[in-house]
Design a protein around this ligand. Structure first.
Ligand code: ADP
Ligand code: MG
Ligand code: MG
Ligand code: MG
Ligand code: MG
Ligand code: MG
Length: 696
């Protein structure tokens, strides 16, 4: 179940005193595993997804929807059910037969929010193409099993955020009043967090280290009747219970921003993560680097988060809100005060896009790296002395500028080199958009890379589509030895760009013009090179201005290629684009397709993969809507919406009802019909076809 061992968690002032010890033991544990695992070869190409859910309480005949705080009971029910494979939860294949799965029962995990659940497959997926077809039924199975262990009126849904989390009035079941000593939030009770000591301690120590509450301000969407300047009407300026209550009186809640003040507003969001195991260390480092520039693109493409605390936001994705919700930097680290007690100014939150490339690929030019990267020099030296190379030592010396936030007293008795707990303490609270995961202490599995930016999608069809797409992209990267490098600072810029409303259609992103090594025609797509082709030695490090290597591209261009983008972009948009027009770009989907052409995939598999690629193609071109757009339209056309940015109880309830209904349609298992039937049926789910397409 992944529940962490109980112990005595130190409050911040005490934890801070032990930070150095934890770091130094963490580094020793890292070196131990490094020396054990650096030569590991031929690990299998495995991967696995993680799906996160909100648990809502909803009834057809009730005027409200609530977050259910029964996470612990639900996990308990799941844990005590040995079989976890209800016949009724296994949907039939399109031809009516039952799928044969070699998968053990799925695994359910706790999450930060007491209203959240996470589910992973029972074991990671393998390299076979056929297994890609098991992902969607398995995701449906997980959702069904989760639902089976809930009350009749509870549902696991995959919206990224609950639309009225932190709104005035009742939004949880059971109800708890604000505010509590841990979060000190004026909007959410302490009971919103998983009660396991780790989570409230994490929240309290972040607040405490920072010296005030976290400040999660999201620009509000200005609609026709939104008063302007807009002042968040839910902010209370009068409380005097905690010292942190002064925050709002000191300007924490600026005009035109939805103001939130607790970790739950960020870490209470759901996402879709994918972990890949590489065959060895070198390949893991390559994947980490090559997937990095794709992070912001996939974030914008999966946009699903237009509502916070009962208001429409002017952004479409969750990322920056989580970043702010766990930002533990002090005023000194933020550059607001001269450095006296702290060691560095730190430009980013510990939840942020990654700041390092880690491969020793000669195509990685020094100009791509962050010249201002903050690292702990003494930690880097220890890693170098321990035999780690400069680039990877730099990466970890950057992660280790952070303090450990949650420390259990029991773990400080002696250093255990057969564990990685102290290393993981720092590693797992560096929430970057890529995570480089070394093998566990027992060295039982390989080097892994986690792709973390994607937003969770409403249906399992979509979640499977995005998971499978990323898997295919990694195969293409490895098989064609693609080069996606751009300066890491441009990836940061892209991450910001990805937040804009409808960024997928209205914004452009820095992207590398030429993904292929020009001197190696033999490894271009369609040449039949598979993963087993030996990699010829790479050309020498390129020279010439780095700026010439990338340009601004639309997501349509990046995903579908220049030709497709030209055909699916309006005249108006084309005129605006003239000044940035550049060379032709092949597009990721055409690359995936030429890869699929070059390997043996049976027709049935290829057909289903095509439905996934089709969804992604059309999201990128705007033929289909992102979930963010669909939610905005849902709100805009709701009779109770007053064009004033406020998403009231009735609207939120009906939105969740629609999402529950989509889930029920999907659960019927009519893979190629169920969802479109929902879209068409009277009184069904409005505009579902715009989100999911027609399902030929
Ligand atoms: P975390 O929350 O730390 O990212 P989880 O255990 O929740 O990790 O999920 C990680 C994902 O990685 C799961 O989908 C799991 O199936 C998958 N996974 C487990 N072992 C491997 C492996 N050896 N290679 C690739 N993926 C793996
Ligand atoms: Mg997980
Ligand atoms: Mg986890
Ligand atoms: Mg997690
Ligand atoms: Mg998770
Ligand atoms: Mg994860």
């Amino acid at each position: 179940m992944g529940l962490l061992a109980l112990g005595t968690a130190l409050d911040w002032p005490d934890a801070k005193k032990q930070a150095h010890l934890v770091r130094s033991w963490g580094i020793k544990q890292l070196l131990e595993i490094w020396n054990k695992a650096k030569g590991k070869e031929r690990d299998a190409m495995l991967w696995g997804d993680e799906v996160e859910y909100l648990v809502v309480k909803y009834s057809k005949d009730k005027p409200e929807v609530l977050l259910s705080l029964r996470q612990a009971d639900i996990l308990q029910a799941l844990a005590s059910d040995k079989s976890l494979s209800k016949e009724g939860c296994v949907p039939p294949l399109p031809d009516g037969s039952r799928p044969q799965s070699s998968q053990p029962p799925p695994v359910f995990h706790p999450e930060f929010g007491r209203f959240m659940l996470e589910a992973t497959p029972g074991k990671p997926w393998g390299i076979e193409f056929k297994e890609l077809l098991e992902v969607e039924p398995n995701m449906k199975l997980r959702r069904c099993i989760a639902k089976d262990h809930m009350l009749p009126n509870e549902y696991p849904i995959t919206l990224t955020t609950f639309p009225r989390l932190g709104s005035p009035g009742v939004f949880t079941d059971p109800f708890y009043p604000v505010s509590g000593p841990r979060l000190r939030s004026q909007f959410v009770p302490d009971e919103i967090a998983n009660p396991h000591i780790r989570f409230p301690t994490l929240a309290a120590n972040i607040r405490s280290r920072r010296g005030r509450k976290v400040q999660v301000n999201v620009p509000v969407f200005k609609d026709e009747k939104t008063p302007w300047p807009w002042r968040d009407p839910t902010v209370n300026y009068d409380p005097h219970q905690w010292p942190e209550d002064d925050d709002v009186r000191n300007g924490a809640a600026p005009d035109n921003f939805i103001h939130m003040d607790a970790m739950a507003f960020g870490m209470g969001s759901c996402c879709l993560q994918i972990t890949f195991q590489a065959k060895n260390l070198t390949e893991g480092r390559q994947l980490y680097d090559q997937l990095s520039p794709l992070g912001p693109i996939m974030l914008a493409l999966t946009a699903a988060t237009p509502v916070y605390k009962g208001f429409l936001a002017d952004t479409d994705v969750r990322w920056n809100q989580i970043s702010k919700a766990v930002d533990d930097r002090t005023a000194e680290e933020l550059g607001e005060k001269p450095l006296v007690n702290d060691r560095w100014r730190i430009p980013k939150s510990r939840y942020a896009s990654n700041s390092t490339y880690i491969s020793e690929d000669p195509r990685l030019r020094p100009e791509y790296l962050d010249p201002d990267l903050v690292i702990d020099e003494s930690i880097k030296q220890q890693l170098l002395d321990g035999g780690m190379d400069d680039r990877l030592a730099t990466h970890f010396a950057h992660l280790f500028i952070r303090d450990p936030i949650v420390i259990f007293n029991e773990d400080l008795k002696e250093l255990d080199l057969n564990k990685t707990d102290h290393f993981e303490n720092i590693q797992s609270t560096n929430w970057q958009h890529m995570r480089f995961k070394p093998p566990p202490a027992d060295n039982s599995i390989g080097w892994r890379v986690e792709f973390r930016p994607m937003e969770i999608q409403i249906t399992d069809f979509e979640n499977a589509a995005f998971s499978v797409f990323m898997v295919l992209v990694t195969r293409v990267i490895l098989s064609f030895d693609l080069n996606f490098y751009i300066p890491i600072k441009k990836v940061d810029e892209n991450m910001e760009t990805a937040h804009a409303r409808d960024a997928v259609l209205t914004r452009k992103f820095y992207f590398r013009r030429n993904l292929f090594p020009t001197t190696r025609a033999s490894r271009s797509p369609g040449s039949g090179s598979g993963t087993s082709t030996p990699v010829p030695s790479r050309p020498p490090t390129p020279t010439g201005p780095v700026e010439a290597e990338y340009r601004l591209m639309s997501i349509n261009e990046i995903i579908n290629g220049t030709a497709y983008a030209r055909d699916t972009t309006s005249e108006e948009q084309l005129r605006e684009e003239e000044d940035t027009e550049g060379d032709d770009f092949p597009g990721l989907i055409p690359l995936v397709e030429s890869y699929l052409d070059s390997v043996n995939v049976d027709v049935a598999t290829r057909c289903q993969l095509a439905t996934y690629l089709d969804l992604i193609r059309k999201r990128a071109s705007g033929e289909l809507w992102t979930a963010a757009r669909w939610i905005r339209h849902f709100v805009a056309r709701h009779p109770a919406y007053g064009q004033d940015s406020a998403v009231g109880e009735g609207v939120a309830r009906d939105l969740v009802e629609a999402v529950v209904r989509v889930g029920q349609c999907e659960a019927r298992g009519e893979r190629f019909g169920g969802l479109s039937v929902c879209a068409a049926e009277g009184g069904g789910v409005p505009m579902l076809g715009r989100l999911l397409g027609g399902f030929r």
